[in-house]
Design a protein. Sequence first.
Length: 42
Amino acid sequence: MPISHSLLFAVTSISDTQVYIALVVALIPGVLAWRLATELYK
């Protein structure tokens, strides 16, 4: 079994909800860092 097939299976076994939660969790620090950077730049 090639690596790509097992990797694809691992990705598709994750539910959509978990993907969306992970995206939100990743976005929150990014937004905070962006706001901090713009405040410091002023």
